[in-house]
Ligand binder design. Structure first.
Ligand SMILES: NC(=O)c1ccc[n+]([C@@H]2O[C@H](COP(=O)([O-])OP(=O)(O)OC[C@H]3O[C@@H](n4cnc5c(N)ncnc54)[C@H](OP(=O)(O)O)[C@@H]3O)[C@@H](O)[C@H]2O)c1
Length: 259
């Protein structure tokens, strides 16, 4: 019988936006499952603190290389450092994202439109290209793109962000079709998760209404997403590619949809 444990022993995982929130949760879970982990975000100090936290909580290896995911030279440097210092690259989690604009899509200014596209869509493509060329084309691997339930619907103020997340779901399918059988590419679409990124949507009791509308009765925590990421990265996800796992407490199928 196949091994059903989601283990990552001997694997190397790179998590963008791994210094806090969902990315940190995924990095911890990968380390806990036996992977050596590289995290990256723009702020070196935050990455350093996160690595200490991962090491203390899991006993695993976590190192960092700071960088901006939207900058090609940073992407090359971080991927190069991962392979040089950890000996390979088996799992790429494209998690970092931005949301600089809130309002109707019809009114967005081009600089903020382009920035959202750069970080949320161009960067996952670029990082996947580099990972493929530098390691995964030869040794195989798993790419996990963090999308959003927003990418499956419309929203009065988050339309620009949601468009990039919808495109990321399609890019997941396209790259999965191109990179199989060596590399599996999947996405996760979280509902509202209690992180800094989404604070405006849940702080000060605002999340209570959303949580009540979710059939599972609560907002998400980074660990909820991390568990699925490890499933996808490990051999447990071996026959899955091009798909998007929705993890939203049942929000999408709720009778009274909120958000
Ligand atoms: N929270 C939610 O409710 C929710 C729901 C659906 C989807 N998501 C998605 O989940 C992912 C993680 O979100 P989160 O809620 O965990 O956010 P978060 O707590 O704000 O963390 C974001 C992480 O990304 C890093 N980051 C941001 N911009 C970056 C850039 N240009 N280059 C490199 N690193 C960058 C941040 O560190 P630095 O500031 O140091 O760069 C941080 O480590 C995102 O893709 C988001 O769209 C979140």
């Amino acid at each position: 019988m196949a091994d059903l444990d989601a283990r990552l022993d001997g694997k190397v995982a790179l998590v963008t936006g791994g210094s806090r929130g969902i990315g940190l949760g995924i990095a911890k879970a990968c380390a806990n499952a036996g992977a050596k982990v590289m995290i990256t975000s723009r702020k070196a100090e935050a990455c350093e603190a996160a690595c200490k936290e991962i090491g203390a909580e899991t006993g695993g290896t976590a190192i960092y290389e700071a960088g901006h995911t939207g900058k090609a030279e940073d992407a090359e440097r971080v991927i190069g450092a991962t392979i040089e210092k950890l000996g390979g690259l088996d799992i790429l989690v494209n998690n970092a994202a931005t949301n600089p604009y809130a309002g109707p899509t019809i009114d967005v200014d081009l600089p903020r439109w382009e920035k959202t596209l750069q970080v949320n869509l161009t960067a996952p493509l670029l990082w996947t290209q580099l990972a493929w060329r530098a390691a995964m084309k030869e040794s195989g691997g798993s790419v996990i793109n963090i999308s959003s339930v927003g990418g499956l619907s419309t929203n009065p103020i988050l339309g620009v962000y949601d468009i990039t997340k919808a495109a990321l779901i399609h890019m997941t399918k396209q790259l999965a079709a191109e990179l199989g059988p060596k590399v599996r590419v999947n996405a996760i679409a979280p509902g509202l998760v209690k992180t800094d990124f989404a604070k405006a949507l849940w702080e000060g009791g605002k999340g209570d209404e959303v949580a009540k509308a979710y059939p599972l009765g609560r907002l998400g925590e980074p660990e909820d997403i991390a568990a699925a990421a490890v499933y996808l990265a490990a051999d447990t996800g071996r026959w899955m590619t091009g798909q998007t796992l929705v993890l939203d407490g049942g929000g999408l199928i709720a009778f009274n949809k909120v958000g």
